[in-house]
Design a protein around this ligand. Structure first.
Ligand SMILES: [Zn+2]
Length: 481
């Protein structure tokens, strides 16, 4: 397992600033990937052998290159020394070059960017034509950085090449070759897999804090799915709430996320309640599920039948309305029961409404999470203490069956909302929300132990980094979170 310690500071650095020294130190300590040695053939100027270290890897492949197998076998310490020397050579060669970093403007073509940088229209056109062989220039988006290089010869700057990141993990480079024409190529960046660990406390928002820690939109959306059954992200999450994430990702030589993989662990404490879930695929399952430390499913299913001893009298879907007499959509499920039968909260949540609500009569609505609400109509009365803002537990009595509002007889009208829309309660995926037992549980506990080891290891590394930061007076970048 090639595990590279994850450091928050690296990814927290603003785009454009390359924590090169840090990255090298980190790489050297862990057995650095071999430097990429490039033989320059571009523009007739670059004859030095160049190493592309962390600092330059964004432009890897500019002025072409071939990888030498010899260099790749060097020891990490030697590689670091070489990289340093080569970097000096690189910069000295580059002193004959002029470099501009531009951002793509709104609606700006590549040719226009190049002329804006100072290229002649003929060169800009030729370079753009060569790019089209490997990348559709119309895919350039406003704000994308483009590096443009010029060779200054007797006072006149001539376009020597350009480079831009076409997509995560891929760079397009264009070089002027000896004939004066341009040649373009797409360079796929070397990436490596690592397991990232992010732990901290919510600052402004969970989203911002997780991003600052190196998570991606995709990882954060996986996280909200995991907690979809028990956390209301708008209301429950507060600044200072601790969270922790473990996920796989591929990073480039700068330590930046190229592709985020799967989340494998997540914890979050809201309103003083700690919750943690592990990703695990049980044998025979088609996709992984999330389980707490005891192997209980994260899917805290809302009860399909939030009432005991009742008979389903009308299902979800089109039906002829018994009172209004025309066909309409029935957006809930009716359970016939005697007046006074207790009605239970279908899941943990907060009472949103407990009052008369038109045809629903006495009505209770409970918010369970950011995604799920349930509602209960026609109650004869509310249970004691049931009013807006009150927290309820699954199975708690919230009211009693009645026939208030537009109702033909005592029954509970029950609705489940998913993302604000009524869904059929009978389709709630109860079957997959199971608790692990026996052999499955044993396998889960093994996987859990593996993830816990990663968390522990990373926690120690992060604590050491923190110690360093505290010890070094000149290190103001101590973790904020
Ligand atoms: Zn109904």
């Amino acid at each position: 397992m090639n595990v590279i310690p994850y450091r928050r500071e690296e990814n927290a650095a603003p785009a454009g600033s390359r924590p090169a020294a840090d990255a090298r130190k980190l790489g050297a300590a862990q057995g650095a990937p071999p430097p990429r040695w490039l033989v320059a053939v571009g523009a007739g100027v670059l004859t030095a052998t160049l190493a592309i270290g962390g600092f330059w890897s964004w432009n890897a492949g500019l002025f072409d290159g071939i990888t030498s197998g010899e260099a790749s076998r060097r020891a990490a310490a030697a590689a670091l020394e070489e990289r340093r020397a080569a970097h000096e050579a690189f910069t000295s060669v580059y002193s004959g070059q002029e470099h501009q970093s531009l951002e793509v403007g709104r609606g700006e073509s590549l040719a226009r960017i190049l002329t804006r940088a100072g290229a002649s229209p003929a060169d800009a056109g030729a370079a753009t034509t060569s790019v089209a062989a490997v990348f559709d220039p119309r895919r350039l988006r406003p704000g994308m950085p483009v590096n443009v290089y010029f060779h200054r010869d007797e006072g006149e700057a001539q376009l020597a090449g350009l480079a831009f990141r076409a997509e995560p993990g891929a760079t397009v480079t264009v070089n002027r070759i000896a004939t004066g024409a341009f040649t373009a190529r797409e360079v796929i960046m070397p990436t490596r897999f690592e397991i990232a660990h992010v732990s901290g406390a919510v600052a402004e928002s969970l989203y911002e804090s997780a991003l600052a820690g190196g998570a991606t939109d995709g990882i954060i959306s996986q996280m909200t799915e995991v907690f979809g059954y028990d956390v209301d992200f708008q209301r429950d999450v507060r600044p200072g709430d601790p969270f922790e994430l473990v996920f796989g990702r591929r990073i480039d030589e700068n330590g930046e996320t190229v592709i985020a993989g799967e989340l494998s662990y997540v914890s979050l404490t809201t309103r003083g309640q700690f919750r943690e879930y592990y990703r695990f695929m049980a044998p025979g399952d088609r996709q992984p599920e999330w389980y707490d430390a005891q192997g209980r499913s994260a899917r805290k299913f809302l009860m399909k039948t939030p009432i005991n001893g009742a008979r389903l009298s009308s299902g979800f879907g089109m039906r002829r309305h018994p009172i209004q007499g025309y066909n309409r959509m029935h957006r809930g499920t009716d359970f016939a029961a005697r007046t006074g039968t207790p009605i239970l909260a279908a899941g943990d949540g907060v009472i949103q409404r407990a009052s008369w609500f038109g045809g629903y009569g006495n009505y209770v609505r409970i918010r369970h999470s950011s995604q799920y609400d349930t509602a209960y109509g026609h109650m004869s009365r509310f249970a004691r203490g049931i009013r807006p803002g009150v927290r309820v537990r699954q199975g708690q009595v919230i009211g009693y069956v009645g026939s208030t509002g537009q109702s033909t007889g005592p029954h509970l009208h029950y609705e489940v909302f998913h993302r604000g829309r009524q869904i059929n309660p009978m389709t709630l995926r109860v079957a997959t929300g199971r608790n692990l037992e026996g052999e499955e549980l044993a396998m889960f506990l093994q996987e859990k132990a593996r993830i816990d080891r990663i968390r522990e290891m990373r926690g120690q590394e992060e604590a050491a980094v923190e110690q360093e930061a505290i010890a070094g007076a000149a290190a103001p970048a101590a973790r904020r979170m």
